[in-house]
Design a protein around this ligand. Structure first.
Ligand code: SF4
Length: 339
């Protein structure tokens, strides 16, 4: 992301030209195809796009949790600034190395879409929290219990002592997501990656969880990467946004600029297809569908769905164009911006 987007904020993580390919019997799938972005300390970045555009695999790769050995990092760096003069390229590490096991869950933590799938149904919530805490911190079981209780308290769960002795199926979906957030934050990570954390929740609980994530990010001075298909979520919690389409970032901007004026035709389509309270009329949608991952298209991969496609778009991939402190990958802006 261009420096201007972060002013003088310090970088926490810099993803530089990252490419992750799946090599499967049917062929090669370029799930992530040369993406770059930064997340500054204490700031938040939203990654938005339709299903299958590479958002989740980007997040998993940042923790070296991508499916191994099917998915391989083909290119690029994931530079993580652990301390002032201590930067490590996570992409160069072995997925089982001691150092990544130390960073994973401790310095970079992740919460997932469906808490029921992430919590172990046959273990009590307290035991699961204590296990995570003791995995990363050398403390006694009784001290880990105190940290677990504090974490449940931090995520404003009701009756935390009682929850410690309950099983995941005994509490509501919203509470389970709070437990997952407590588990992710119990080691006070520098970066929290939230992958569609509210998709499985109803709207009122969604609003509460988003507010909780935002408040905790501020209180803990933590960086946040929010992955979602929902622009409403982006507007609620992020400072900057990267829009992904078929493994590539097609637009990057501050959240304010993106909401004021989306530039890329795909981003414009996402905005037009947001549900709004209308008296009449059909909800607009982006025509066509995301291409199959095995389809190799020449030129811009959005061209078959784009109302502005020109002959150049079908023969040559658009370059990243810098325009007023933002970045857009579209030939439409070639004459206005800096290549
Ligand atoms: S490069 Fe061409 S096809 Fe692609 S989004 Fe821009 S105008 Fe549309």
């Amino acid at each position: 992301m261009s420096e201007s987007l972060f002013n003088n904020s310090k970088k926490l993580i810099n993803v530089d030209n990252l490419a992750v390919y799946f090599h499967i019997p049917q062929g090669t799938v370029k799930a992530v195809d040369g993406i770059s972005f930064d997340i500054a300390k204490g700031k938040s970045l939203g990654i938005v796009g339709e299903s299958g555009c590479g958002k989740t695999i980007t997040a998993l790769t940042m923790m070296l949790l991508h499916p191994h050995p099917e998915a391989k990092i083909e290119n690029g760096n994931i530079n993580f600034y652990r301390h002032e003069n201590d930067m490590i390229n996570l992409a160069s590490l072995n997925v089982h190395s001691k150092i990544i096991r130390k960073i994973r869950g401790n310095e970079i933590a992740m919460i997932f879409q469906e808490p029921m799938m992430s919590l172990n149904p046959v273990h009590k919530i307290g035991d699961q929290l204590i296990e995570v805490i003791r995995l990363h911190q050398k403390i006694s079981k009784s001290n880990a219990r105190k940290v677990a209780l504090d974490s449940l308290d931090m995520v404003k769960i009701s009756a935390p002592s009682q929850r410690m002795n309950e099983y995941p199926f005994q509490i509501s979906g919203g509470m389970r997501q709070r437990v997952m957030i407590a588990m992710a934050l119990c080691c006070k990570p520098k970066l929290l990656i939230a992958d569609e954390p509210t998709t499985a929740l109803d709207v009122t609980i969604e609003a509460e969880i988003l507010k909780l994530i935002k408040d905790l990010q501020k209180d803990l001075d933590m960086s946040l990467m929010m992955i979602t298909h929902d622009l409403g979520v982006i507007g609620e919690v992020t400072d900057h946004v990267a829009v992904m389409y078929v493994g590539k970032i097609v637009e990057k901007a501050s959240t304010k600029d993106l909401f004021n004026e989306p530039l890329h035709p795909y981003t414009q389509g996402l905005f037009k297809s947001r549900p709004e309270i209308k008296i009449s009329g059909r909800l607009e949608s982006i025509k066509g569908a995301v291409p199959s991952p095995y389809e190799v298209t020449e030129g811009c991969s959005f061209a078959p769905r784009c109302d502005f496609a020109m002959p150049l778009c079908r023969s040559k991939s658009p370059k990243l164009i810098r325009l007023d402190g933002r970045e857009v990958s579209c030939w439409k802006y070639a004459e206005q911006g800096e290549l």
